[in-house]
Ligand binder design. Structure first.
Ligand code: FAD
Length: 540
């Protein structure tokens, strides 16, 4: 098999044009092209009236060696790399080794468990929240009736934080071993659309994610794994062995103790009680930067026209996304984060008396508004103290402020963009109807974030208009607050064996540990951690 990269065709090309382009590029007759498939498809929309599709094609041809030799100097033609997943070569564990435990069923925990199960290592998976169907009822109940279940919500439950999301499946992580391909392959096996394998910015949307998560659970259990829901890990047991701290088990909320010497902690960025417990048990954690800001809603049509011009609405392109950055004059970086085309803003609280926003969409991305978090980067120097968990204190403080500003009933505080920049409270919506449920309460958002963030955001909204014409829109709606952009701590681990810096057998994993940000990177980290656990378990 050989691969041709950077094969460009016009957006509206007929299907037959692709085969013709491959033949022309390789300089071979039709009879010599045995088979071909699209490995990747992206687009170049820099020239809006002439948007180009860019393909990477895998082709099976007659006399491949000769064809490759003819194109030896062409950097875009070469043998297709082997992107298949290979399990690590780990010996089976010694008899009597307790089974590995995985805490959390977000994308990270699910992939730790799946790989361990595929290797025959029978993981036990512990999840504080409910199975995804019951969790969906609780989450939608919160959005409709303002009744928060602190153990079953957008953050907690089967599938983790990404279940009610846009389901974007791309990431900028370095992935030399093609683990991302393994993740996509497993997702397709679990019901994701085939196209996620080849489109450059795949996404799945919420409803499909729910079904996929159930399928993955079925596969893990069919392979000998066990998953327990509504089972919160409240404590870990650690012993001193020959001067080294070693994990020996977990204690559950009901008091039950389970022994293990291999424990993956994939708890996401919102398990504040578990972070506190790990810190109190002496596990090494440190504060890390994250970002704070608002969700912003514009009409999706505005973004489509700006990005795609006359090709706005083209089915292949779908609803347009954007990525923007502004370096404010006070030294702060302001950037778009987790942009959800044609989606909705969601209430993502997991603690009583606190309001926090996020975004989600369905596969169709057909809702009227585009939403994105617009956030300001902050560092531990901005936190209220130098305590390793001080970032959590700041998040809590801002989420509590948002709750009060919203009316103390889980409505979110909001403001029109023009009013926010001008520094006056909003009193009535304009042409953009906010999608957040239960509701957006119009107010002045200035007291919701520290002054440096407000100043940087005001400057950025005006500056973004140069990047996306029309972005500074008087009646675009800002909804507050966005505080859970990434984990406020890092549970540091060794680079080589993925075990905690000071606690053997503890494998910090995924977003909560500070080693991922997003579904794909969390899932890839899950694969790496599973491999490290399998190697650590191998009998010596
Ligand atoms: P999580 O997914 O947070 O999973 C952690 C799990 O651990 C949870 O299920 C939790 O209940 C469980 N847990 C926590 N503590 C305990 C305990 N003590 N005992 C037992 N179980 C415990 N990313 C994208 O890439 N694309 C998107 O489109 C996208 N949209 C998003 C939309 C929303 C609304 C949200 C909230 C997030 C979105 N994200 C998106 C981010 C993405 O979901 C996260 O980066 C990802 O889920 C992190 O995976 P994780 O497995 O590390 O942690």
């Amino acid at each position: 098999m050989l691969r041709i990269n950077e094969l460009k065709l016009p957006l509206d090309h007929p299907e037959t044009a692709l085969r013709a382009a491959v033949l022309a590029r390789l300089g071979i007759p039709d009879a010599d092209l045995i088979d071909m498939s699209v490995f990747k498809r992206s687009y170049d929309a820099r020239k809006k009236s002439a948007i180009m599709l860019i393909y990477s094609i895998d082709a099976e041809v007659r006399n491949e060696a000769a064809v490759l030799a003819r194109h030896a100097k062409d950097q875009y033609i070469g043998p297709s790399p082997d992107t298949g997943y290979k399990f690590v070569d780990a010996a089976p564990p010694a008899a009597g080794t307790p089974r590995p435990i995985v805490v959390g069923t977000g994308p990270c925990g699910l992939f730790v468990a799946l790989i361990l199960a595929q290797m025959g290592l029978n993981p036990l998976v512990l999840e504080r929240g409910k199975v995804v169907r019951e969790r969906t009822v609780d989450t939608f109940g919160f959005w409709r009736k303002r009744k928060l279940d602190t153990e079953s919500n957008v953050q907690f439950g089967e599938g983790g934080a990404g279940t009610f999301s846009d389901g974007k499946l791309y990431s900028q992580i370095k992935d030399k071993k093609h683990y991302g391909r393994k993740v996509l392959t497993e997702f397709v096996k679990s019901g994701a659309p085939e196209e996620i394998m080849y489109v450059s910015k795949p996404h799945i949307g919420t409803f499909r994610l729910v079904k996929m998560v159930e399928q993955m659970r079925a596969e893990i259990t069919a392979l000998g794994g066990e998953i327990r829901f509504q089972t919160r890990v409240e404590d870990i047991m650690v012993s001193e062995e020959n001067g080294v701290r070693q994990v020996t088990g977990v204690r559950l909320a009901g008091g039950e103790e389970i022994a293990t010497r291999h424990l993956a902690i994939a708890i996401g960025h919102s398990a504040r009680d578990t972070f506190q417990m790990l810190y109190e048990r002496g596990v090494y954690v440190e504060a890390k930067p994250f970002s704070i800001g608002f969700r912003v809603e514009h009409p999706q049509s505005l973004i489509d026209v700006c990005r795609f011009g006359p090709n706005a609405g083209n089915k292949l392109l779908g609803a347009a996304d954007y990525k923007i950055v502004h370096h404010a004059s006070n030294g702060r970086s302001v950037y778009s984060f987790c942009m959800c085309p044609g989606g909705t803003v969601v209430a993502a609280s997991s603690e009583e008396g606190r309001v926090v926003t996020n975004g989600m969409s369905q596969y169709s991305r057909a809702e009227r508004n585009a939403n994105s978090a617009i956030v300001v980067e902050i560092t531990p120097a901005d936190f209220p103290s130098q305590h390793p968990l001080a970032g959590i204190d700041l998040q809590r403080e801002l989420e509590s402020r948002a709750y009060v500003l919203g009316g103390s009933n889980y409505d979110a505080p909001g403001q029109l963009m023009g009013d926010f920049v001008a520094g006056r409270p909003s009193t009535a919506f304009g042409s953009v109807t906010p999608s957040f449920k239960p509701a957006v309460h119009l107010t002045d958002l200035a007291p919701s974030l520290p002054d440096y963030a407000i100043t940087a955001l005001r400057e950025a909204f005006v500056a973004f208009d140069k990047q996306i014409k029309g972005y500074f829109k008087e009646d675009a709606v800002l909804t507050g607050v966005e505080t859970r952009t990434s984990s406020p701590i890092r549970i540091k681990r060794n680079d080589d064996d993925y075990q905690s810096l000071n606690t053997r057998g503890l494998f910090p994993a995924g977003e909560g540990a500070g080693y991922a940000g997003g579904i794909m990177s969390a899932a890839v980290d899950g694969i790496r951690v599973a491999e490290a656990m399998a190697l650590a378990m191998a009998a010596r």
